[in-house]
Every structure is written in C-alpha cells, then in structure tokens.
Design a protein around this ligand. Structure first.
Ligand code: NCD
Ligand code: ZN
Length: 356
C-alpha cells in the first residue's frame, strides 16, 4: 500500500496547555486533526463556561488565519460543580463534555473530585442534557498497586456510577487494560472509550529499556503485553465504542527528566502516523477511518468532517526536540524513523467545504 486517503480525523483527548507550549504544540495537532477535545487541567483548572470561552479564544488566536481547526472545550468537574453549571455548559455550542479527575490522580488534578456520590444532582444533570462525562479511570489509593488502579476503579467507582445514573454518557478515557475493554464492550451504548497510540504501541517494558525512560511514563501507566493485545484487538475490530484519543500531553523536558518526573507523553507530531502503522501491522488499514474519523463524531453527536488527509508510505525522521520558547519538549519516538507520513495536501479542505 503506497498511500491512503481518509476523512480528516479528530482527536478526542488532547492536552494543549497555554502560552509558549500551546504555540509550539498546536501546529502538530492542526496538521492531523480537524477537531480536538481539549482537556481542562490547566492551573487554575477550567471549571466554568467563562473560563472555557477564554481558553478557546487563546487557542484560536494561535491558529493560522486559514486554518479550519476547531477546539471542542471541556469543563473540569470539581466537588463544587453545580447542576446550573451543567445547564450553562449544555447551552453553549462550544462545550462538549465534563472531565472527571479523581483528586490527585494525575498532572494538575489537585482540584479533582473527592466523592462522586456527593455530586449526584450534577451527574444527573449531565445525563439529562446528554453531556458526556470523560473519565480518568483510576483509583488514587496508594495501597493499590499502580498497575491495578484501572481495574479497581471499574469495580469500585465506574460500575456503581453507571448503576446510580444509568443514562449518563461516559467516555472511559485512555483505556489501558483488558478489564477496561471488557467493561466497555459489556456496557450500554452510552459508554465508549478512547485509545491512545502509545498504549497500542508499547507495553510497560518500554519504561525500563536498559534504564529508566521518563518519556514513556504516562498516566494511566503502560501495562503488560496481555493488556496491550486486548486494546489492539478491539481497536482494529471496527467496534464503534472505541475511537481515537491521543492524550498527547506535552511537558518541559526538565519536568520529565527529573528525580520525580511527571506523567504525560507528547505524541501529537507522530500519533496519526503511528495509528496507521499499528492498523497496518494488524492487517486492518481499512478500519482506520472508522476509528479515527467516524465513531467519535457518532458518539458525540457531531457531523463527520468534510476534509480529507492522505497518509503516504514514506520514511521520515521524527525530530528529537520541539522548541517551545524557553522550554523543550521531547516527542514520542524522538529521532526514530517512521514509515507513514502525512501528505503535503494534508491541510486542504475539499472543494466547497469551509470552517463551519
Ligand atoms: C496528562 C497531563 O500531563 O496533563 N498526563 C498523562 O500522563 N496522561 C494528564 C492525564 O491525562 O492523565
Ligand atoms: Zn489526558
């Protein structure tokens, strides 16, 4: 296969940050994706409609004039989020979901939720307005093994939540385990999941390859090969509940290469190319378009993009560093040769289509 053309994909889970990092990382996403669900874990977190509109404008200000990229905003759920905020979000055309971070679970989650049962009226409002809850599905109990935290979350938090609010739309973000795959398959059509390129590509050995590899550390942490195989199987199966979400999470190099390095893999410059490689390696290139461009909009109730992109079978070398003002970001696969490359016509809309 020399090249493939698919409907331009969307990224259903993305960290864009702010300031000089935002400026440096946005072009990579714009090249590959028409829209992206933008995570709200800034400092301070994006907890209300006004903050989300300010952040959206900051992102649009960095987009080139002719660009058709659309940021899909989310609000950060806290212990203090009221049903009225859910209504305001539902009435705003640019806000598409709430994000649940259990308190302390990951980068910038200090304002996260301490007790879901205390948020019932707010969660019921989300169900009423059919505004999805995007879930970072891990418990934070330090006595639970870090590799088991997703499976324990399913049993102790996710199942009871869906029993209590059966109409809630949920996206289980960056799913990493066989148990997670089974849970989402068995759940109703109101439950879906995003899969990252790095969890499809790597198992936990990648963090300990002749030494500790901080640029392969993310949350949820990479798991055993058995789990990667379960993710792969469902990604290429054509199941509409599983779609693309990179969780591209840039950090300054010094914060990663540290005695206590933070979680997050910056995959935006290579993600789409890696998904193509992974699907090809599993004889499923024909399933890439559904996973990358169709099932996400279907779940979110949004139109399918009109633009197309071309991926060519052409070797290229990933840069070792992306400079972000005074900061440096190391991308996934830094310095490696990848075999799929975005075509030069990648950003061009089809005739007659525009930024609608
Ligand atoms: C993300 C970040 O850096 O904001 N980190 C990560 O390891 N994925 C947060 C998240 O999605 O957990
Ligand atoms: Zn994330």
């Amino acid at each position: 296969m020399k090249s493939i053309s698919i409907i331009k994909p969307d990224d259903w889970h993305l960290h864009l940050r702010e300031g000089q990092i935002l400026e440096a990382v946005l072009p990579a996403t714009i090249n590959s994706f028409r829209r992206a669900i933008v995570m709200p874990n800034l400092i301070p977190p994006v907890t209300n409609v006004e903050m989300a509109m300010t952040y959206r404008q900051d992102i649009l200000n960095v987009c080139p004039a002719d660009c058709v990229f659309e940021p899909l905003m989310t609000l950060y759920l806290t212990d203090h989020t009221l049903p009225a905020e859910v209504q305001a979000a539902a009435e705003n055309p640019h806000i598409h979901a709430f994000k649940l971070y259990p308190v302390g679970v990951t980068t910038n989650s200090a304002s996260g939720v301490t007790s879901l049962p205390d948020l019932m009226p707010t969660l019921e409002a989300m169900a009423e307005y059919q505004l999805p809850l995007l879930v970072h599905g891990e418990v934070t109990d330090p006595t639970i093994d870090v590799f088991d935290r997703e499976a324990v979350f399913i049993e102790h938090v996710m199942s009871p939540l869906l029993d209590a609010v059966p109409g809630l739309k949920v996206v289980f973000e960056h799913l990493t385990t066989r148990q997670g795959v089974e849970f989402v398959i068995d759940a109703g059509d109101n439950v879906a999941a995003t899969l990252t390129a790095h969890h499809l590509l790597l198992n936990r050995n990648a963090m300990f390859n002749q030494g500790i590899c901080p640029h392969h550390y993310c949350l949820p942490v990479l798991k055993r090969e058995e789990h990667r195989q379960a993710l792969l199987a469902v990604a290429v199966s054509g199941n509409h509940k599983f779609f693309l979400g990179t969780d591209s999470a840039p950090h300054d190099r010094a914060r990663k290469e540290s005695s206590c390095g933070c979680g997050g893999i910056f995959s935006a410059p290579v993600a789409l190319e890696l998904y193509a490689q992974i699907f090809e390696d599993n004889n499923a290139l024909d399933k890439l378009e559904g996973f990358a461009s169709l099932y996400g909009p279907e779940f979110y109730g949004l139109p399918v993009n009109q633009e197309r992109i071309t991926l060519k079978n052409e070797a290229w070398q990933v840069p070792t560093i992306i400079q972000a003002g005074t900061e440096e970001i190391v991308p996934l696969c830094a310095g490696e040769i990848l075999r799929w490359r975005l075509g030069t016509d990648r950003a061009e809309p089809e005739k007659g289509s525009g930024n609608s």
